[in-house]
Design a protein around this ligand. Sequence first.
Ligand code: C2O
Ligand code: CU
Length: 467
Amino acid sequence: VYKEIYARPLPIPPDKVPKHTWTNSTTGQIINYYEVDIKPFQQQVYSNLGKANLVGYDGISPGPTFRMERGQEAVVRFINHGTLNSSVHLHGSYSRAPFDGWAEDTTAPGQYKDYYYPNNQRGRTLWYHDHAVHHTAENAYFGQAGFYILHDPAEDRFGLPAGKYDVPLTISSKQYKSNGDLFSPASELTSLWGDVIHMNGQPWPYFKVEPRKYRFRLLDSAISRSFQLYFEKDTKTGTKLPFKVIASDAGLLSGPVTATLLEISMAERYEIIFDFSAYANTNVTMRNNRDVQADEDYNSTDKVMKFIVGGTITDTTNNGEVPAVFDPLVLPPPKTNVDRTFKFGRNNGEWRVNGVSFSDVNNRILAKPKRGSVELWELQNDSGGWSHPVHIHLVDFQVVSRKDGKRPVLPYEAAGLKDVVLLGTNEKVRVLARYAPWDGVYMFHCHNLIHEDHDMMAAFNVSVLPD
Ligand code: C2O
Ligand code: CU
C-alpha cells in the first residue's frame, strides 16, 4: 500500500531546448531542430521498495515539454536507446503521413528517425507518445509520453494565466509489483486500470499555489482509465468547487464553460482556469469520482492531488476576469446524412473496428475520404460494458451527437473541436470533420492502448480520387 499520499511535490517537466535554429534568409521562416534520446531510467516510487524501471524521452517521464510558436516549423530527431521498437506520434498535429507515427513505421533500438512538424494550427495542447505496433501500451505506460504546447500569439489578447501560472498536468494510473517495479501491461488483453494515480509521473503529489488564477492543461495519459475530476476544500464540505473549462483537444473553446466536474478520457485534453483566490492559506484537493465507466476502483483511486494555497501573490499579471467569449469556432458545414459507420466491437476476445483488425493488412483501410471533403461518421460502441475513447488522426472534429447511452454531448465537448471522443457503454457518437489538408493513410483507433494493441485500430486513406 502506498503510504505517502500528498507527500511529494508535483514535478514540472523541463522545457525542451532546440539544438539549432535556422532562419530562411529569403522567407524569414524559422525551423527549430531538436534531439530527444529515448532511454531507460529508474524512479523510486515506493520508498520502502526497489526502484521502478522506466524508459522515457530524454530519460524522464513525462518527457520534456515542447513549447512551439505557431508558424515556426520543427524537426525532432528521436533516437531510440531503449530495448523495444519505437514510433512517435504527435497527437493533435496534422502531420504529413510519413511523420505521423504510423504504427508499423518503427525505429529499432540503436536507430533514429527525424520527424517534421508544421506547427501551423490554432494554439492547442498536444502530446507526443509512442505508437509502435503491438507495443504502444507498454511504451507509453513505461514512460514514453510528453507535452507539446503550440502557442498562438493571437490568443495573448485574452490575458489568460501564463508562465508559472500555466501548468501542464498529465494524469495516469499504474500498478506496481511487490519489488517496486512496474507491473507490465504487455500480456493484458482488456485493460490495466492501475491502483496508483500519478500526476506528472508522481503518485498523488501536492502543489504549492498562490491565491490567484491558474491555467491547468489536463491530459489523461493513462492507458486504460477515464476520470471524472472535481475540486473540493480540504475541510470536505462535500461541495464541488467551480472552475472554467477554456479549451479542449483542438484549442480554445468558443467561450469558457463553467463546470464542477470534468470528464476526461484517455488522450483527451481539457484546459481549465481554477481561481484559488477564495482559498488563501487553506488546501484544495483534486478528486476523482468512483465508478467512472466500467473502470475498476481501488483504495485511493478517488484521490488525485492536493493544492496547498499560500497567502501571497507574487505576480498579478493575467489574473483578471476570464473573457466571456473567445474566437468563434470554425465548424465544418453541417450534414445530416451519415457517410460512414464504424462499430467498435469484440470478436473472439479480440478488439475490432467493423470486424477488422489492424493486423489484417489487406482489409484495414476502411475509408477513402476525398481530400477536402466533409464527412459525418457515426462511431458505435458495439462491445457491451466496455468504453472506448476513439481517436481519429489528422483531423479536428465536431462532436455532433451522442445517443443510446446515458450521457449527452457534454457542454465542454460541444463548445470546441476534438480529436478524441469517448464512446461510453452502448453509445453512438457522430463526428463531423473535413478530411484535409494532406493525402495519405492515417490511423483511427481506440485510445485504451491495450485495445489499440489488440487490435482495435484501422486506417483511412485521404485521396484526391473518389471512394
Ligand atoms: Cu494518441 Cu493514434 O494516438
Ligand atoms: Cu477500447
